[in-house]
Design a protein. Structure first.
Lengths: 476, 249
């Protein structure tokens, strides 16, 4: 996927002005935030489970090469093929080659954010393979001119029922429906023949399990089963190399947290653990099973200051709880992953210089860290990215000038006292009789959207000195 | 009579420049708690703006300056969760590469307190029955500022103290723990997003029916007040918790 993160500011402005979007984004707080808060109380000891999940994910990441090798051996032993791709583009080409080898004309796909990194649909279509998205949200986006998802779990969270109803009527050429159940039914009718006619099923992988060579897939619609078990002769799993877990025990631990953190569900409606292609004595499953494991920048984080990010289980809780995401939605972030996790991943995978706004566009409120099921210190990682920008001379000149001027005074108390005393007086003068500043020269960033009530004209330092003097005189 | 605690007051750069009265309110509360309060003259800023903007070098210089100025006190009290969080949660990160500085900071960190945390937890502050006369009277709602809440665990302390105030009634607003959208330089760099987040907070403040929103951080305070006034609310008071507790709001 092409990076558009450099347009963050302009896009965020458009999103703020979009009243319909603003209304639709309220669902985040009412559905996901309250849902998660209730769901985590079901666990006897949520904090201990969180700590355990973090440790199990770190065990996988710290010895990633070992676990990937184990995974590969076990998957091979069960008849699956494991392929590695250094870049997302390479991964797309691998999938195209698999499709060509098996003479695939039609592919059905369940939800995968890694496939968005790969721009997989475009690559397959270019090679003459027709791809149909089968996750309802992703299907809606696909028929809406391949619109990108705005959320990793709820890809159409930015749309309301009416928009989808209009879209279905237009694209399906059927009478307009207003009931959500009826709309889902209509999508099901359109998708069913696609499932039956497909030669290849493509899925993501929430996790891959080293000890058994399996893939774990979580959905609420059961479409992953249709994509892997029903008709296709080929199943391709595309996922990131960091998604490996050593054991099924590890999987059980993180699965206690994934649905609860993501959607506030105790467990997702469907959960598939798929191991190898169909064996001779088995009735369902594909004839061929492939894993395409994508690096795409991940290995460069290992052992470095952003390694913590690799334990992410892609639940989306950080974006659901982010005050900035809640106001602008996912599209403004300009790449595959939005919200706080995206503000770390986009610069890491797609380039720091193309995403200068993302680490800055956070209040560092810390809620993303609080809700993260694997305790990723997202605010610290964002701050580290800011350091990278600052040290790499990627900030505007004025920022360096401003900081060095400020630092010059802040480290020289006598000069600082003079300057702040002068500042307090200037601000009082600017406040005038209303004692309010509505336009601050060089401070438009503040006063474009807010008033500033003016100070009384003397600093605490000065007033305290007077206070002490008075005190001493009274004492005498 | 003194309680024997020698307390260093770090009044913060924003209080110094914008609202000195909050510094005096803090001073009054600490003296009422029978602490010997010292206000080091050479203090300037904790360095958070530099730290959060990626300028580690300057942030570190100011961290060392802070340690030198304040390590001799029994306690250091700061009327701001944000600056308190910077000192207690982040200075160790800044000084981690030097064992000596790290050791000095480790010993200091546990003696640094946000004002209400200090009053409630350390000195077990009891309000006198005739406190608050002449100060703010009425219904207040408390906004939990992010750093104080999430980095220092300041949540019950200010509420417990406010409940002791004669004439002050505390009512909770919806989503009191949600960020107000200030975020330091974020407020200036992304003013529109910042204002949109503040509007949510303002709506919740209004819906609470409180006459004043009370909080413990000057940044959030100037931001919420500025947004309330710009959107036509000239009535709702925006007060620092120290002002209310000192009967000076």
């Amino acid at each position: 996927m092409q990076v558009q993160a450099m347009h963050f500011k302009a896009r965020a402005g458009e999103k703020l002005a979009d009243r319909r979007l603003q209304q639709n984004l309220k669902k985040l707080a009412t559905k996901f935030v309250t849902g998660r808060a209730a769901a985590i109380t079901e666990l006897d000891d949520f904090e201990a489970t969180r700590e355990a999940a973090k440790e199990r994910r770190m065990r996988a990441i710290e010895n990633l090469d070992v676990w990937l090798e184990t995974f590969e051996q076990e998957a091979n032993r069960r008849g699956a093929t494991v392929l590695y791709a250094q870049s997302a583009q390479d991964a797309a080409q691998l999938v195209v080659q698999i499709a060509q080898r098996h003479e695939v004309r039609k592919a059905i796909k369940s939800k995968s954010m890694v496939s968005e990194e790969m721009a997989l649909n475009a690559a397959l279509e270019a090679a003459g393979v027709h791809v149909v998205e089968t996750d309802l949200g992703e299907y809606i986006l696909q028929i809406n001119d391949n619109e990108p998802p705005s959320h990793i779990i709820a890809p159409v969270v930015h749309k309301d029922k009416e928009e989808i109803s209009e879209l279905f009527a237009r694209v399906h050429g059927k009478p307009r429906l207003s009931d959500i159940e009826q709309l889902a039914h209509e999508a099901r009718e359109v998708l069913r023949p696609q499932f039956l006619a497909a030669d290849m099923g493509i899925t993501g992988g929430n996790f891959i399990v080293a000890e058994t060579g399996s893939v774990a897939i979580v959905t609420n619609e059961g479409n992953e089963g249709m994509c892997t078990i029903v008709p296709p002769k080929v199943h391709v799993v595309v996922t990131g190399i960091e998604k490996v877990l050593p054991t099924l025990e590890d999987l059980a631990t993180v699965m206690r947290l994934l649905p609860r953190s993501a959607t506030g569900q105790s467990i997702s409606n469907y959960f598939s653990l798929l191991t190898g292609p169909r064996a001779p004595d088995e009735q369902d499953g594909p004839e061929h099973m492939y894993f395409v494991l994508v690096d795409g920048g991940r290995s460069s984080l290992i052992g470095g200051e952003f390694q913590d990010m690799l334990r992410c289980i892609k639940c989306g809780a950080c974006m659901n709880h982010c005050p900035v995401y809640q106001k602008i939605g996912g599209h403004a972030y300009g790449w595959v992953y939005p919200g706080p996790m995206g503000s770390v991943l986009t610069p890491s995978y797609a380039g720091v210089r193309d995403a200068l706004d993302l680490p800055q566009a956070s209040t560092l409120c810390g809620e993303c860290h609080v809700v993260c099921p694997v305790k990723i210190p997202l605010p610290d990682l964002l701050r580290k990215l800011r350091e990278k920008q600052f040290e790499g001379k990627m900030r505007p000149e004025a920022e360096y000038f401003g900081f060095s001027l400020w630092a010059y005074f802040a480290t020289r108390p006598a000069l600082y006292a003079l300057a702040s005393g002068l500042g307090a007086r200037v601000l009082r003068w600017m406040g005038g009789s209303k004692k309010t500043i509505s336009r601050l020269p060089f401070g438009g960033g503040w006063t474009d959207t807010r008033e500033m009530s003016a100070p009384s004209g003397k600093t605490f330092r000065e007033l305290y000195r007077q206070h002490r003097r008075r005190h001493q005189q009274e004492g005498k | 009579m003194q309680n024997g605690f020698r307390v260093g007051l770090f009044y913060t750069c924003l209080v110094d420049l914008m609202r000195p009265e909050i510094g005096f309110a803090a001073l009054k509360l600490l003296e009422a708690s029978r602490c010997e309060v010292v206000v080091p003259e050479s203090q300037t800023c904790c360095g958070q703006p530099a730290y959060n903007s990626g300028d580690r070098h300057v942030a570190r210089e100011l961290a060392e300056k802070f340690v030198r100025e304040f390590e001799s006190f029994d306690y250091v009290v700061i009327p701001s969760g944000s600056c308190g969080g910077m000192v207690r949660a982040h200075y160790l990160d800044l000084l981690s590469d030097d064992p000596q500085w790290r050791a000095r900071m480790e010993s200091l960190a546990q003696r640094v307190y946000e004002l209400t945390d200090f009053l409630h937890t350390v000195v077990k502050f009891r309000q006198s029955p005739n406190a608050g006369a002449g100060g703010f009277q009425g219904t207040v709602t408390y906004h939990d500022s992010c750093s104080g809440l999430r980095e220092l665990g300041v949540q019950q302390q200010p509420r417990a103290l406010l409940r002791q105030m004669p004439g002050v009634r505390l009512t909770e607003m919806k989503d009191c723990r949600n960020c107000c959208g200030f975020g330091g330089t974020f407020a200036v760099k992304y003013g529109e997003i910042s204002a949109a987040i503040a509007d949510e907070k303002c709506t919740n403040i209004h819906a609470s029916g409180a006459q004043a929103v009370v909080l413990g951080d000057l940044g959030c305070m100037l931001h919420i007040e500025g947004r309330l006034r710009r959107t036509g609310d000239d009535k709702t008071r925006v007060l620092h918790v120290a002002q209310v507790l000192a009967g000076e709001g």
